[in-house]
Design a protein around this ligand. Structure first.
Ligand code: ADP
Length: 439
């Protein structure tokens, strides 16, 4: 059957930025061409893509604001004619007792089905990342969620692993469970369980998942449900629902990006363990590096301008690295001198100025390390949309975008959240990108 190109099939609303990329990456791996939008797009446009992921930053804002933004995203997606909506949250169900997962789910259900009507699932599981659900209890590796590091999270401490209870505390709708026995029995039994729950007045069901096969069965069972709520894992099984109806190709080309050009640079504003090791690896290869010292900037030295001038002399020889990345003891001492918030803001300001300067002088392949750092730079570059390309390492794909700073030419971006990526990530990502077009 001919490929359907006139409207996206799946519309996703993600409650944070790197989680949106994670979901988009899984959709692309499963064969759906995917565009990630930064916030709700301002205008309506015809998008030649299979899936759209709208990234919000709604995880810890007020429920009122989270609902408002999520409904705006839903309305926009609906106007694109999408068939199914996917509310994406973290695989550790990061939320406060007030929300925002429950309130946003309820608001989306009310908008899609009408008050108290309809049905959806809750499924943060992602077995590949060791997030499983058994009898409604979420496990992180071998530990219950409530016994994992998530119990001490500064913003969303998760002290109860029972997702039925956690979700019930966040919504007026009645929450139930489809347990592993039904899930193991396959899609027909799962659907039968959905109907049984609905007959009891239950409109939201937590679903057990212990392996990828479970995700595939659930994905098949929810083919006709207009709204699903889940982590990024469920995305692996969804595309098959359209594929079996001939609406989606056996797509070898979901991750195709336009050819890369221009200079190559890495900007690292992450101080996590993996980023520190990746910076060291790049330095040890004898490649050009420039370190940002936030304390030096205090003495009125314009570090961003210095870094850009330095970069201009090195870019033509291959990838460069500009980094604020530092070890925990030095970070602590910087934070003590400047205050943690001020230090972060200062570093982000310097790095965004550098990123804009680099793009202005012709950098078109940019690797950014750090979740907050990536968010700040992508926003500063005025990027509204990214096309998702091939995965470099789990959770980190190459993406392409257009920025006013690049005179509307394509930039290739890899946004690496702190602890992701192999030790040679900063060099291998460029090698992978150039191999894509020279095989
Ligand atoms: P990660 O994904 O590793 O958490 P983020 O970019 O989200 O990385 O967060 C790292 C934060 O640390 C950023 O706000 C960044 O500006 C800040 N930062 C990076 N380097 C330094 C430094 N040398 N001194 C102080 N703050 C820093």
């Amino acid at each position: 059957m001919e490929k359907r190109i006139y409207r996206p099939l799946l519309g996703c609303i993600a409650d944070d930025f790197t989680g949106a990329s994670d979901l988009a990456n899984n959709l692309v791996r499963a064969g759906m061409r995917t565009i990630q939008s930064i916030g709700v797009p301002e205008d309506s446009q015809t998008l030649n893509t299979d899936a759209i992921v709208i990234s919000l930053k709604s995880r810890t804002i007020s429920s009122y604001e989270a609902i408002k933004q999520s409904l705006q995203a839903y309305e926009w997606l609906k106007a694109q004619g999408v068939e199914q909506f996917y509310f994406k949250y973290c695989s550790t169900f990061d939320s406060t007792p007030q929300g925002n997962i429950g309130p946003v789910t309820e608001a989306l259900m009310d908008a899609i089905y009408g008050k108290c009507k309809g049905f959806t699932i809750v499924c943060p599981a992602f077995p590949e990342a060791k997030r499983t659900i058994f009898n409604g209890h979420l496990f992180v590796g071998n530990e219950l969620l409530s016994e994992s590091g998530m119990r001490n999270h500064p913003l969303t401490p998760m002290t109860d692993a029972n997702l039925v209870r956690v979700m019930q505390a966040q919504t007026h709708r009645i929450v139930g469970l489809v347990n592993y026995a039904s899930v193991r029995a396959g899609p027909t039994e799962i659907r039968a369980r959905f109907h049984a729950l609905q007959n009891e007045g239950i409109t939201i069901a937590v679903v057990d998942v212990t392996c990828n096969q479970d995700l595939e069965s659930i994905a098949s069972a929810i083919a006709d449900i207009p709204l699903v709520t889940a982590g990024s894992g469920l995305a692996i099984g969804l595309p098959n629902n359209w594929r079996i109806h001939g609406l989606l190709d056996l797509n070898e080309s979901a991750d195709i990006l336009p050819p890369a050009s221009g200079y190559q640079a890495v900007i690292s504003g992450s101080c996590s363990q993996a980023s520190n090791a990746q910076v060291l690896d790049f330095c040890q290869r004898g490649l050009p590096t420039f370190a940002i010292d936030p304390l030096a900037d205090v003495s009125q030295v314009n570090m961003a301008q210095q870094a850009i001038a330095w970069a201009k002399t090195h870019l033509k020889n291959g990838p460069i690295l500009i980094y604020a990345t530092t070890q925990p003891d030095n970070l602590k001492s910087i934070q003590q001198k400047l205050g943690a918030i001020h230090a972060s803001e200062l570093v982000e300001k310097i790095l965004t100025e550098i990123a804009m300067g680099l793009v202005e002088v012709g950098v078109r392949q940019l690797v950014i390390a750090g979740g907050e750092t990536s968010g700040a730079i992508v926003q500063a570059l005025g990027i509204k949309q990214m096309i998702i390309g091939p995965q470099i390492d789990p959770g980190v794909p190459w993406m392409s975008a257009i920025s006013p700073c690049s005179k509307d030419k394509v930039i290739h971006l890899a946004l690496k959240s702190g602890n992701f990526g192999s030790i040679d990530f900063f060099t291998k990502s460029f090698t992978q990108l150039s191999n894509l077009y020279h095989d």
